[in-house]
Unconditional design. Structure first.
Length: 411
């Protein structure tokens, strides 16, 4: 029943108002009785002083001047309806008698039980005769305050819950394929907690859609980039498996080796794309290009020899060009560019790595029929471009009949 925020807010307002009103009513009644009792005690002290002065002058106790007061020098003269209470509680100062009588007592000698000045104040009471009217007035005041608090709580609960309900409806209407549209502006432009929640949900929706898009691209790219190398490897191995050939030919072995390298780089690139860009950007975003080139050449020396290709690196020193990329990303990109150059290149001229206007460029000679020279298409440049976009970079590609040039440009 009290699960909704509106009901909880109304219940809290109602409980607070009721508790505060009851406490206020209790204080009002206590203050009224305290003021009334203080009046009687003041009258008793004044009469006690007058009697004490008269006793000091004459040696006898005089009768009280107030008709509702009486002097008692011994317990035997006290009214019977308070005598037992007085004996049970010698220090008690207020007593309730029979037939509606009410007494206040004052000792004339401090530390002595008698004589005492007794006031029967039932006819002088002010609060008790109007107590019912006072309680009725307090009850009406509590009820009015309680109703006002409920109205205020209902209004405030509506003001608070309506934006949340509207936001929930907007979130419910979001389609998985259109999460990037975020949430309506009236929600995200609010300066309160609802606006903060709307902006957070909108950012979360965009991250979810980005994640879903990365997953979709990963599936599509993996299917595109790995299908061709696997098909080539299968065709190369089928004669051996079926018994039509005793062993792999040198050409088939070279094709298998090159396609294994392509699949290795494709898997590395696809996994890099599938990662969250924030995680990638949090790494050390600075990589030296020359050491990466040297590592790739040493790792692929046998492949280059079989292809009859060489690599000429014109980068001057190890402190030369740097890419604003994490080392793993830079290594994957460079490996992709050089693998494509080997896969599609010709041994007519070496693969050249140099600088053009401060940007690293890879140049290789082109073959007349690229498809016949390679067992696959290699890593698609569109995938490389998507990876570069996460680091404010772009890929520039130029191809002629004789050469192919690829340049990585960073802002």
């Amino acid at each position: 029943m009290f699960n909704s925020i509106s009901r909880r807010l109304m219940l809290a307002f109602a409980a607070f108002t009721l508790g505060l009103s009851l406490w206020f009513g209790l204080l009002v009644m206590a203050a009224a009785y305290t003021v009334e009792d203080s009046f009687f005690y003041r009258e008793l002290r004044a009469e006690a002083k007058r009697l004490d002065d008269a006793h000091a002058a004459s040696g006898k106790w005089a009768a009280p001047a107030k008709p509702w007061m009486s002097l008692h020098e011994a317990a035997s003269t006290l009214p019977k309806d308070i005598l037992d209470a007085r004996q049970a509680e010698p220090h008690r100062r207020e007593f309730t008698g029979q037939a509606g009588r009410h007494y206040h007592l004052h000792e004339l000698r401090r530390g002595a039980a008698y004589p005492v000045l007794l006031a029967e104040v039932s006819q002088q009471l002010v609060v008790r005769p109007v107590r019912n009217e006072l309680l009725a007035w307090l009850g009406a005041w509590v009820l009015a305050t309680f109703v006002a608090a409920l109205v205020l709580a209902a209004w405030l609960a509506r003001r608070l819950s309506q934006p949340l309900q509207s936001l929930a409806a907007a979130v419910e209407k979001l389609e998985p394929q259109h999460l990037s549209g975020a949430l309506p502006l009236p929600h995200t432009q609010r300066a309160d907690e609802v606006g903060t929640l709307a902006r957070t949900l909108g950012a979360l929706a965009q991250r979810v859609q980005a994640f879903a898009q990365r997953e979709q691209r990963f599936t599509r790219d993996a299917s595109h980039e790995l299908r061709t190398p696997l098909a080539v490897m299968r065709m190369s191995l089928e004669p051996v498996v079926s018994g039509a050939a005793a062993a792999l030919s040198a050409r088939d072995a070279e094709s298998l080796y090159s396609n294994v390298l392509l699949m290795q780089d494709a898997a590395a690139m696809l996994l890099m794309l599938a990662r969250n860009e924030r995680e990638a950007a949090s790494q050390d975003a600075s990589a030296e290009v020359l050491p990466l080139v040297e590592q790739w050449v040493l790792a692929h020396e046998a492949w280059l020899s079989r292809k009859g290709l060489s690599v000429v690196c014109k980068l001057q020193s190890r402190e030369g060009p740097r890419w604003p990329l994490p080392k793993a990303v830079a290594q994957t990109l460079l490996s992709n560019l050089l693998n494509n150059a080997v896969q599609h290149g010709s041994c007519a001229s070496p693969i050249t790595i140099d600088l053009e206007q401060g940007h690293v460029r890879v140049t290789n000679a082109c073959v007349a029929n690229p498809a016949a020279a390679s067992g696959g298409t290699g890593m698609g440049f569109s995938i490389v471009e998507r990876l570069l976009q996460a680091y404010a970079g772009k890929l520039e590609f130029m191809r002629t009949e004789a050469q192919a040039r690829v340049k990585l440009v960073f802002a």
